[in-house]
Ligand binder design. Structure first.
Ligand SMILES: [Ca+2]
Ligand SMILES: [Ca+2]
Ligand SMILES: [Ca+2]
Ligand SMILES: [Ca+2]
Length: 172
């Protein structure tokens, strides 16, 4: 924790009469001795299937107990590990590079428009990715890197027009 100390210094003469008084401010900066941590085994975010390119799905959060710069966190997506869960329960590893994470804020965004990809609730229920967090670069101590599983659930959007099926010869 950052602490601010203010010292009042008195300079006395030999006969103990005061000559000078000075105020000294000492700012003790927090040491970077904590890595970021994820408080749960996984995080869930919910994302509309028709989200546009560059739009934010949700946010991943890691906590760093340090104060000031020592508490900054850097988020990354190591590789493009994506596990896609189909509506029928089957699982596919499809590393499409569909997601990116903001290194500073932890916001997860789509790199392509959901409409133009398989990010489609009519096919898939969720995609799992792995993100990492570590102390922001250029800090005194880099005490480690932690991983987090992030489950991105697809929200169904009404993106299919009603189809009128006509049966010939069944007129009223
Ligand atoms: Ca500290
Ligand atoms: Ca830290
Ligand atoms: Ca769809
Ligand atoms: Ca839909």
């Amino acid at each position: 924790m950052d602490r601010l100390y203010i010292l009042i210094v008195h300079a006395l003469d030999n006969d103990n009469t005061m000559r000078e008084e000075a105020e000294i401010t000492i700012n003790v900066e927090d040491e970077n001795d904590n890595s970021p941590v994820f408080s749960t085994a996984s995080q869930s975010i919910y994302c509309d299937e028709n989200l546009g390119m560059g739009q934010t799905c949700g946010k991943v959060i890691a906590i760093d107990a340090d104060q000031g710069n020592a508490g900054d966190v850097e988020y990354k997506l190591p590789g493009a590990q994506e596990t896609w869960y189909r509506n029928d329960g089957s699982i596919e590893n499809r590393n499409l590079g569909l997601f990116e994470i903001d290194a500073v804020t932890g916001e997860v965004r789509l790199t392509k428009s959901g409409k133009q990809t398989d990010f489609d609730r009519e096919k898939y229920t969720k995609v799992e990715i792995v993100v990492t967090a570590n102390d922001a670069p250029g800090k005194m101590a880099n005490t480690g890197l932690v991983e987090q599983k992030v489950e991105i659930y697809l929200n169904d959007v009404n993106d299919n027009a009603v189809r009128v099926v006509e049966y010939p010869g069944q007129g009223i």
